[in-house]
Ligand binder design. Structure first.
Ligand code: AMP
Length: 602
């Protein structure tokens, strides 16, 4: 079904805008393929095509090809990116697998950062920015109602002409603009003001104007975002941002923002690409963004956790939940003895983020009781490492863990873990001697020792670790087996920021430029992963691809990169036949970051 001809369009996404564009292009006799991940959406589209429901209720159906695999789209020339911003990274990875090197992907998404993210994966020559005022409402899987005629403004791009022609033939009004970024900011001012407040209060757009409090918040938000735009030299496409926002809220009075719909559906929202991106731009330009920051936090607080999705009554359970926090060994043993089995355990060094919380959620889903330890283990830091500066905020950690329904938190002191005269160590030999072990001598001796002591004190049935620290997981598995600990080691996937950076407590050390540069680790790994999936199976070649990407980033300094057997960590050579662990350590400025991906058959 490869949509690789001049009259074919690949549409990334199956939501409202994706369906609207698919219907219009299909009606104009183009061959449309929709690539998405939403199962119900794909099923409905496959069965009925895209169904366009007009305002008078009449329905027309248009044929589309449907797939969830980029491999079905090899060599595609034209693509429209119409996924939500939090899905852009996945869309970029998929496009990297199928877009022709001469192809063009046009993003018509809301929010900032999507063009840059796509360019990281596809190269700037293969991506273009457009802004549309066209709207659409999804009435059900594959069923869409157009939300009024709008204009599509396209920035200049040498490969844009065929896509512009197709969109124009499909009935859209096309304008070319020298500066689509200014239009994107124009839309951002409006989205940042209307969407989060309506989502938080559960009200349609018009009600923002009916209440004095929301109206002044709306105005203050518009002024704040406009100030950030202006500090970057961006000229908004209207003279008065407050008047523009109020006029849109009034013209769309009955509409419910897509962020409100997302919150009501219990889905993630685009808040990071809207208020989050404005806060970041404010940090870069020295403009305070208190309103966007608060709206960002509040909307994020409405996002469902994995647990909310899995158990209907979890909120009620957590609300009445009692979490115990202990420090001494005696209190720990006493509290542990009262916990129902099976007991899941998550060891951490605190300063918790979504990566840690994903382990807690996995434990909560599989075990009757969940224990978390917070201990910054001094023996796994060498004298020149960041022990004294390691970020700490125990009160915040405890609040997060209580929210997750954790039963028991142990915060031992260094004196409890290493009493005076301490001299007993656990050394895992081979697995701990390579990669991180060779760069950080003594690190895994500290890790294995503290984890064994934590296991001895807590006696868990299952212990949860992150794939983010892949070698640590291998070392702990080995030790657990060798020392006959009676427990299962569970390794959970790496949790990443929307732009691919693996979450880590150490990311707080990065300044804004370094934070941007830090995406290079994930970009390098994904590039090798994509090369592998396209048939490049030679270990040396994959390492070379990774190194080239890292070396292209001026703020990055590669310490090591490895392509190793995922269980033995033996370095691989020649063709990779099964699986390999591609891992690396990179300095971004003074901050040392690690990351890895698995390649090959899962
Ligand atoms: P730390 O507090 O850094 O010792 O990490 C505690 C646990 O969280 C370890 O098992 C880590 O592998 C895991 N972890 C850290 N970052 C992530 C992440 N981004 N995704 C998944 N797990 C993580």
């Amino acid at each position: 079904m490869s949509p690789n001809t001049n009259n074919s369009m690949l549409i990334m996404g199956t939501g409202a805008m994706a369906c609207l564009f698919a219907a219009r292009l299909s009606a104009a006799s183009y061959r449309v393929t929709m690539l998405g991940t939403w199962r119900e959406g794909l099923q409905a589209l496959r069965k009925n095509g895209v169904v366009l429901v007009d305002n008078d209720g009449s329905e027309r159906s248009f044929p589309v090809q449907v797939t969830n695999s980029p491999q079905d789209c090899n060599g595609v020339r034209f693509a429209l990116v119409l996924v939500k911003s939090w899905q852009t990274q996945r869309a970029a990875q998929q496009l990297a697998e199928c877009l022709s090197t001469q192809g063009l992907a046009l993003t018509l998404q809301n929010g900032l950062g999507n063009l840059e993210l796509l360019a990281q994966f596809l190269g700037a020559q293969c991506v273009a920015l457009g802004v549309t005022t066209t709207g659409a409402t999804l009435l059900g899987p594959g069923r869409v109602r157009p939300g009024g005629e709008g204009v599509i403004s396209l920035n200049g791009h040498p490969r844009m002409a065929p896509i512009a022609r197709m969109l124009s033939k499909a009935g859209f009004t096309i304008e070319t603009t020298p500066d689509a970024t200014a239009l994107l900011w124009g839309k951002l001012v409006i989205n940042a003001a209307i969407n989060p407040i309506t989502a938080l209060l559960g009200i349609p757009n018009g009600e923002l104007l009916a209440r004095e409090t929301t109206r002044s918040l709306l105005r203050a938000s518009a002024r704040e975002t406009a100030a950030v735009a202006s500090a970057q030299g961006i000229q908004l496409p209207y003279p008065d941002p407050v008047a523009a926002v109020e006029s849109i809220a009034s013209r769309t009075a009955k509409n419910r923002s897509s962020m409100l719909q997302d919150v009501q559906r219990g889905a993630p929202t685009e808040i990071d690409a809207i208020c989050g991106a404005i806060v970041q731009a404010g940090e870069r330009t020295g403009i305070q963004t208190p309103i966007n920051s608060i709206l960002l936090q509040l909307v994020k607080a409405m996002h469902p956790t994995e647990k909310d999705k899995s158990t209907k009554t979890s909120r009620e359970i957590i609300r009445g939940h009692k979490m115990e926090k202990v420090t001494s060994l005696a209190d720990l043993r006493d509290a542990r003895a009262r916990l129902p089995a099976p007991v899941g355990f998550v060891p951490t060094m605190g300063y918790l983020h979504e990566g840690h919380l994903s382990l807690v959620r996995a434990a909560r889903a599989e075990c009757a009781s969940v224990v978390v330890s917070i201990f910054v283990n001094p023996t796994q830091f060498s004298p020149n490492e960041d022990l004294s500066n390691y970020p700490r905020d125990v009160q915040r950690d405890l609040n997060l863990l209580k929210e997750e329904g954790v039963d028991l938190v142990w915060t031992p002191t260094p004196e409890i873990m290493y009493p005076p005269g301490y001299q007993t160590w656990i050394t895992v030999e081979e697995a701990a001697s390579v990669l991180e072990g060779s760069m950080r001598p003594g690190h895994f001796r500290g890790v294995a020792t503290v984890v064994a002591k934590l296991f001895n004190a807590i006696i868990p049935d299952k212990a949860y670790f992150g794939q983010k620290d892949a070698q640590q997981a291998v070392v702990i598995r080995r030790m657990t087996h060798d020392l006959n600990f009676n427990l299962d080691v569970v390794v959970c996937p790496t949790i990443r920021e929307p732009d691919g950076l693996a979450l880590s407590s150490r990311n707080v050390y990065l300044n804004p430029n370094e934070r941007q540069a830090a995406t290079v680790l994930c970009r390098a790994l994904v590039k090798a992963q994509v090369a592998f999936s396209k048939g490049d199976h030679d270990a040396k070649r994959l390492l070379q691809i990774t190194i080239e990407v890292i070396e292209s980033e001026p703020l990055a300094r590669l310490q090591y990169v490895s392509c190793a057997h995922p269980d033995t960590l033996h370095e691989l050579e020649g063709e990779i036949h099964t699986q390999a662990l591609l891992s690396m350590a990179v300095y971004i400025g003074k901050t040392r970051l690690i990351d890895n991906v698995m390649i090959g058959d899962q």
